[in-house]
Design a protein around this ligand. Structure first.
Ligand code: RBF
Ligand code: MG
Length: 157
């Protein structure tokens, strides 16, 4: 479901709960919630699709190379884990190589996928997140979403 206006979220990437990569095999970036609290509070919690640009944490290169990637993210409380702090966790759908860390990230959120859900098991959650990724990749081909691929916010200095 397309959003009326793309939602622009940018911030530093912080350490998450350490569950994503290790436990679930889904390396999400955790956006520093204190930097995005206000914009995130305006929106409904749930699972969203959009475009991401990243600054990779690396000794050699440190710049945003004007490329954007599909991403799907969860905004909310992770009901399965009963978090007591809201998180904003994009999963960038691109293979950056094992252990790649982001310094910061910018998101142009274009579509709403579903509300957050509770699951009977980790496996069921992981299965659903992979399905979200497929839905995202498919949806972003649609011009209503694709048109935002190079949104200036992604590449602003
Ligand atoms: N956590 C939930 O508890 N319920 C969900 O429905 C849920 N959906 C997610 C969908 C996507 C696309 C992503 C990237 C994460 C989702 N999560 C969800 C968050 C997940 O629990 C979290 O990334 C891991 O626990 C690591 O912090
Ligand atoms: Mg994470």
């Amino acid at each position: 479901m397309p959003l009326d206006e793309p939602w622009l979220i940018g911030g530093d990437v912080v350490k998450g709960f350490g569950r994503g990569s290790k436990e679930l095999g889904i390396p999400t970036a955790n956006v520093d919630i204190h930097q995005v609290e206000k914009v995130v509070a305006e929106g409904v919690t749930g699972i969203y699709a959009g475009w991401a640009s990243v600054k990779v944490r690396s000794k050699i290169s440190n710049k945003n190379d004007n490329v954007s990637y599909p991403m799907c993210m969860s905004i909310g409380w992770n009901p399965l884990f009963k978090n007591n702090e809201k998180t904003c966790e994009p999963w960038v759908l691109h293979d950056f190589g094992d252990g790649t860390m982001f310094e910061s990230i910018r998101l142009v959120v274009v579509g709403y996928i579903r509300p957050e859900a509770d699951f009977v098991s980790l496996e069921k959650l992981v299965e659903r997140i992979h399905r979200d990724a497929e839905v995202t990749k498919e949806a972003l081909l649609d011009e209503r979403y694709a048109q935002h691929r190079n949104h200036p916010f992604l590449f602003a200095p």
